[in-house]
Structures are given as C-alpha cells and as structure tokens.
Design a protein around this ligand. Structure first.
Ligand SMILES: *[C@@H]1O[C@H](CO)[C@@H](O)[C@H](O)[C@H]1NC(C)=O
Ligand SMILES: *[C@@H]1O[C@H](CO)[C@@H](O)[C@H](O)[C@H]1NC(C)=O
Ligand SMILES: *[C@@H]1O[C@H](CO)[C@@H](O)[C@H](O)[C@H]1NC(C)=O
Ligand SMILES: *[C@@H]1O[C@H](CO)[C@@H](O)[C@H](O)[C@H]1NC(C)=O
Ligand SMILES: *[C@@H]1O[C@H](CO)[C@@H](O)[C@H](O)[C@H]1NC(C)=O
Ligand SMILES: *[C@@H]1O[C@H](CO)[C@@H](O)[C@H](O)[C@H]1NC(C)=O
Length: 613
C-alpha cells in the first residue's frame, strides 16, 4: 500500500513537472544527482551569462548561482549555430528555450546533461564580468581516494561492473567521491592553480594534471601512485583547447604548467576540463633522467643481480629500438647477471609467416649489449606454437632470459618445447630446464606461457636459483575509471586470476620440496600487487612481494603510467629465503620520466640484488 502511494506521488510529481516545465533555473535543470530531472523535457526562459564558447556549443552560468555544493550552476548549451553566432559573446546574459538531454557517445560512458535545440529569446545584458571558480578555493577540493559510492571502497574490486551509475543515479557527494565532485561542477568555468602533469599526454595532447589542492599517493617525481584504496580521483584530464590551439604532446611526468582556466566537460569516457587556450609547460623537473642502478654484481653468491624488463615488441629489424634497449641494460641496469625480458618477438617481427624462432632477435640484443661495453650474455627461451601467445598479430611474443655464463648457468640444461609442461621433481629439480609452466592450461589461451628455469652459480658455491619469468594477460578491455560501470571493468582479470593460480601451483611445488629454496617469479604481471590475482598468487605460491621485503615506499612502487596513475605492473615475488637474502631492489624510471617520443618501452626496468652465500 505504501509502495503504491509512493509511486502515485511520484507519478503526480512527474506530471506536475511536465505540465509546468518552464522558467527553470540552471540549478534546477542540473539537480543534485548525476542525471537531470528534466531530461527529455523542453524548458524555457533559462537565463545565464555566457562563460565560454566552443566549436559545438556554449557554456552559461546562472546569474544568481545557488550555494548547494552538490549542484552545478552552469550548463553546456549544445548547438553549432549558436556556437558560431558572432553576435553572442562571452559576458552576454542570455535567455534561452531548449530541450534538456543526457548525452554520451558510448554506452560505457557517463552521461553529460546539456541543453539542446537552443533558441535565444533575449539578451538582457552584455559585457558582464565573469570570474572562474578556483578549484579548492571557491569550490571544495577534489576527493583524493574514492571515485564513487558505488565502488564499495575499492575501485579495483572484483567482481566488477556490479552496478551502473546511469541506473543508480545517486545523489552527488562531492566531498567524498571524485566523480560526484566533477559532476557537481559540470559546465563550470574553473581555474586550476599551479597545475602539474601526473602523466604523459596522448597523441591529442590530452594531459592528466592536479592543481594546488591536497593530493595523496604522491611519489618523488610528483606523480600519483595508485594503491589499494586510493585510485587518485583528484586527477583531471585537460582536453582540447577551446580556441583551436593544441596542447603540447611532449609534456613529461611532473612538468609544471601555467595556470589553466576552462570548462568542466565530459567526453571520451572521462570528466575533463576544456581549457580556453593551450597548456604551457613552465618548468620540467631535474634531473631529466634517473640515476643508474646502484646494484652491481659481485660476480659470486655474495652478490647476484637479477633484472626484469618488458622491452615492448622487441625484434631484430628495429635497430634503433635495439640500441635504445641495449643502452638501458648497459648504462642503467648495469648488465645484471640474470635478466628476464618480456615481449621478445620472433625473428621477422609481425610478419605472420609461421616463423617462431627468436635467435636472430636475441642475438641482435646480446651483440648490441656487448658492443656498448655491457656483459657478454647468453640467452635461453622456448618458441611458442605459432599465433598462440597474443600481443601484436604475427609477432609471437615470448619471454626470455639473458644470463652471464661466467656467473650462472642453467643447471643440467634440458630445454623443453612449446607444448610440454615443466614439472618439479624431487630435489627439487626441474624436469625441463628451461620449460613452460602448464602450457596446455586454457589460462594461457592467446597469452605468454611462463618460463621456469633453475640456475646454478658458476662460483662453485653450489647455490641454485629457481626463476619463473611471466608475462600475464593485458588489461585491454578495461572500462574507464570514470565510466558508467562500477566498479570499473578490469579487463582480462579472470584470465590473470587463472594465470596466477597456474603459476602459483608450479612455484608452490618447488617450495613443497624445499621450503628454503631460492625461488623468484619476475616479469610483467599486468596487474597491481594489491589486486586479487596477485594477492592470491602470493598466498598460493608462498612468495612475497620484493617491494615490501626491500622496503620500497608504497608511492615509489611504479613501472608504468596509465591515465592519472603511476602504477606497478612489473614485479618480483620471492621465496622467504630469497627475501632474507635481498640486499636491494630498484625501479629505474628511464621510461616513465621521459616524453612519450623519448621512451624506449612503456615499462620501466627493475634490478634486484641477493646475497646467496
Ligand atoms: C519568459 O520570459 C518572458 C519575458 O520575460 C515572460 O513574458 C514569460 O512569461 C516567461 N515565461 C515563463 C514560462 O515564465
Ligand atoms: C544570433 O544571435 C542573435 C541574438 O540572439 C540572433 O538575433 C540571431 O538571429 C542569431 N543568428 C543566427 C544565425 O542564429
Ligand atoms: C556492464 O554491465 C552491463 C550490464 O549490467 C553491460 O550492459 C555493460 O556492457 C557492462 N559494461 C562493460 C564496460 O562491460
Ligand atoms: C589539506 O591537507 C592539510 C594537511 O594535511 C589539512 O590540514 C587540510 O585540511 C587539507 N585540506 C583539505 C581541503 O582537505
Ligand atoms: C599553443 O597555442 C599557440 C597559439 O595558438 C601556438 O602558437 C603554440 O604553438 C601552441 N603550442 C603548442 C605546443 O601547440
Ligand atoms: C654462450 O654463447 C656463445 C656464443 O653464442 C657460445 O659459443 C657459448 O657456447 C655459450 N655458452 C654457454 C655456456 O651456453
């Protein structure tokens, strides 16, 4: 009975609104939820001062702004004729009729409220002064950890996509949630004081920034590192300038920018600010490049160095890339004794002709390293079955090891093949050395099979190191952290979960044979340490995060930039004995710190050192 009464009242209210839909204020049109209560309705006598003009519409602000922090006092008016009408100028107070609608260009995005089919009925005043709202001074400060009340406290939680913002349409809580914060300012002309870049621009010059407001997760390069319950909603992207100029595309992490003034907008899956004019870099951080690793080999069990590097679609035909990678390995990683690399293509790169071997590719790398004065490496890998490892079509990417044979060698070398599963034998000993982990498991469909190996030191100490080199499935297919699905879709997470379990099962078998074995898993896990696949991997394998064992501050754990986040996709997980033997671990930000065109890979390399004596 109560429900019926309530829904009748709702119906009556709706009819009443429909019957009297007129003379709405901008605040009434926006309301205090994500969606306008007037969506689909025609409205009249909407009055506002023009704050900005764009190619496809204009922005107006109420001349009597309300002070409800949940409600925007500005509105986007969509119409290219109006936008192009030279007798409508910024500072004009105009009266409009039009139709309210919610627009998005993809069903995975959040809607933006706009006034369409606009018709000016009066210009009440011209030349009215306009002051942008300074974010954090005239507005609340952006929340620093949570995006939406629909994320259950963890924007990376699984299962994800449990609800849709467009359906739940919650009341805005701009003091708590980042999406609510930007929505509560939708259409506003705002200023960001002292902005700095927290990522690299995309090819259009769209650049993630934060202003002088409080931030959390700050790393030493002044980027924001993502962590378990902090997805960095205080970042905002600066999109295409309204005056037709272009943002620079060579901005770097941490670059200081000139003050930005622009309108809050929603497009391509993100809240954004469209600046009145283009971004200007006023200062870049020094030094431009990080220092080389301090971790160098002792050449014996007293100090063995192990490196990891995803060298992004590496193949012999790209000599410039080979030189750049070799330079990083020699000058920054200082030729670690054992180097686990990922994304090694076959010998003719993306040509899809059945070639699967990588000898020419790896020989090119090894020769480039020694030509630069680095170590004289040997290498080992297993070719995959053609077209089964995902990545760039035809490239047949796989993982590989480079090693310094005068320091360590495969113990009882017995290389496997593309389809035979490696096994842990009593001892522990590996049946294949090296050999793929569980290659028939469907967890690895269109993905890289992990390569397990056992290494004995050449110093006669008899020490053995077990390693598994991984490159788990990518996050492709993820939805935007600003998207409609809450929590957002973490693309490929089910694959990575299965891959985590398969990898852990192999590793735990080594530790079951010898709990004090030196075992590590290294590579591009394509996942955050705190996300479920890796948390489960650690629990099931018996390995621990080397970042934690080495005491690297949480904010300095990053090897990759994506959207607003500095993040770690590349990890080393170690057995208890190896954690105790660790004498250092460093992430070398040779790629995250430089401009897009100057990067050699999208990932940073890392180097660890262990005292096994
Ligand atoms: C709209 O404004 C005009 C002019 O001020 C006025 O005559 C008219 O009554 C208003 N319409 C509504 C529906 O309020
Ligand atoms: C431009 O705006 C003015 C003022 O509202 C209006 O009189 C004129 O008709 C508009 N021109 C066009 C082409 O819409
Ligand atoms: C989220 O789930 C809805 C169904 O509830 C579906 O329509 C939508 O496509 C999903 N979003 C993504 C990004 O997969
Ligand atoms: C910013 O941080 C300072 C220091 O932690 C704190 O005192 C202040 O309240 C914060 N301001 C906001 C707007 O959260
Ligand atoms: C910024 O805009 C100005 C004026 O249009 C232009 O001269 C300059 O080249 C632009 N900067 C970049 C990086 O495109
Ligand atoms: C290392 O590589 C060189 C050159 O390819 C080869 O002659 C040598 O046998 C290799 N050594 C080992 C231990 O595999």
């Amino acid at each position: 009975m109560k429900a019926i009464t309530a829904s009748l009242r709702w119906l009556a209210t709706t009819l009443l609104v429909a019957a009297t839909a007129s003379a709405q204020s901008i605040a009434q049109i926006n309301g205090d939820h994500f969606l306008s209560p007037y969506s689909g309705q025609t409205v009249s006598n909407v009055t506002g001062v023009v704050t900005a003009k764009g190619p496809d519409g204009i922005w107006i602000r109420s001349v009597k702004p309300g002070c409800n922090k949940r409600v925007s006092n500005s509105l986007y008016v969509y119409g290219s004729a109006l936008a192009g009408n030279t007798s409508v100028a910024v500072g004009d107070v105009i009266v409009l009729n039009g139709k309210v609608s919610e627009y998005r260009s993809s069903k995975d995005y959040i809607y933006m409220t706009e006034l369409g089919s606009p018709k000016i009925t009066a210009i009440l005043e011209t030349g009215k002064a306009i002051e942008p709202l300074v974010i954090g001074q005239d507005t609340l400060s952006p929340p620093t950890s949570q995006y939406s009340g629909l994320d259950g406290g963890d924007v990376f939680a699984v299962p994800n996509n449990q609800s849709l913002l467009s359906v739940a349409n919650p009341q805005l809580q701009p003091d708590l949630y980042g999406l609510d914060f930007w929505e509560s300012l939708m259409g506003e002309l705002v200023t960001i004081e002292s902005p700095r870049a927290i990522g690299k621009p995309n090819q259009y010059g769209d650049t993630w920034v934060v202003g002088d407001w409080n931030t959390t997760g700050d790393n030493d390069r002044t980027g924001l590192t993502v962590s378990a319950s902090d997805g960095n909603p205080e970042g905002i992207i600066i999109g295409s300038p309204l005056d037709g100029s272009s943002n620079p595309t060579d901005t770097k992490l941490g670059d200081r920018l000139d003050t930005v003034t622009g309108v809050v907008f929603q497009a391509f899956g993100f809240y954004r600010i469209l600046p009145l004019t283009n971004l200007t870099v006023i200062e870049s951080l020094a030094p431009q490049l990080p220092s080389p690793t301090t971790l160098t080999s002792e050449g014996t069990c007293a100090g063995i160095t192990v490196g990891g590097y995803n060298i992004e679609n590496f193949y012999a035909g790209d000599t410039a890339h080979a030189q750049a990678v070799a330079n990083h390995i020699v000058s920054y990683m200082r030729s670690p004794d054992l180097l686990a690399v990922q994304e090694i293509q076959d010998d003719n790169g993306v040509t899809d002709d059945g070639t699967v071997g990588s000898d020419a590719t790896l020989t090119t790398l090894v020769n480039a390293i020694s030509a630069l004065g680095g170590a004289a490496y040997n290498y080992t890998y297993i070719s995959p079955v053609d077209d089964t490892s995902g990545g760039a079509p035809g490239g047949n990417i796989r993982v590989a090891y480079l090693y310094r044979p005068e320091i360590l060698q495969l113990r009882n070398a017995n290389p496997g093949d593309a389809v035979t599963a490696n096994e842990v034998l009593p001892g522990p000993e590996l049946k294949l050395n090296p050999g793929y982990v569980d290659p028939a498991n469907k967890a690895w469909t269109d993905s890289r099979k992990p390569l397990a190996a056992a290494w004995e030191l050449a110093d006669g100490s008899g020490k053995t190191l077990f390693t598994v080199n991984v490159h788990w499935g990518s996050k492709g297919g993820s939805s935007s952290l600003h998207g409609d699905a809450r929590p957002p879709v973490n693309g490929g997470v089910d694959d990575r979960q299965a891959q985590a379990e398969a990898t852990a099962s192999f590793v735990s078998a080594i530790l079951a044979e010898d709990a004090s074995a030196y075992v590590l898993t290294i590579g591009d896990f394509n996942e955050f340490a705190f996300a479920k696949p890796i948390a489960d991997f650690a629990a099931l394998s018996g390995l621990g995060d080397l970042d934690a064992a080495a005491g690297i501050p949480t904010a300095e754990r990053y090897t990759y930039l994506y959207d607003m986040n500095s993040q770690e996709l590349d990890h080393v997980f170690v057995s208890p004995a190896l954690a105790a033997a660790n004498t250092g671990f460093e992430h070398l930000h040779v790629n995250t710190w430089v401009a897009y065109d100057d990067a050699t890979s999208d990932h940073d390399p890392s180097v660890a050192k262990f005292d096994l004596c």
